[in-house]
Design a protein around this ligand. Structure first.
Ligand code: FES
Length: 137
């Protein structure tokens, strides 16, 4: 553990200051325009680190100033049935079904939860293959 600590201490007390002192910073901001290619290459890691640090520091502030709009889900199955309810739940008594009943699974029926054949139009337009759930005795 002491070896790791000594390495870190040596880096911050000796190597980092020497590295920073040797960076070819110009005396004025205009001096950046006259830096040679080698000087830019020497400065590049330091500039990238500073930019990364600034981005990490600024990003939360920018997120607070410009919050992203909440994205609406793209693929809503139910587009019109009982939209005022948090969840569409239908209960059908077995005695009311009779000999057979077709229940809508495409969410397009005007007589939901029963199928009214609207799935046929949907299938033609969308190339889909949805159909009802048929309950028979
Ligand atoms: S109308 Fe929806 S499955 Fe028939």
């Amino acid at each position: 553990m002491a070896g790791v600590y000594d390495t870190i201490r040596l880096f911050f007390q000796a190597k980092l200051p020497r590295y920073l002192q040797n960076l070819p910073f110009p005396k004025s901001p205009e001096g950046f325009t006259s830096l040679s290619r080698e000087e830019w290459i020497q400065l590049a890691p330091f500039i990238m680190l500073v930019c990364l640090f600034l981005w990490i520091m600024i990003k939360p502030i920018l997120s607070g100033l410009f919050p992203q709009k909440q994205k609406r889900p793209k693929h809503i199955v139910n587009k019109k049935v009982k939209k005022e309810e948090p969840k569409v739940v239908d209960t059908v008594q077995i005695e009311d079904i009779g000999d057979k009943k077709a229940f809508c699974r495409c969410w397009k029926s005007k007589n939901f939860p029963y199928c009214d054949g609207s799935h046929n139009k949907h299938n033609e337009e969308q190339g889909d293959n949805v159909g009802p759930l048929k309950i028979v005795k």
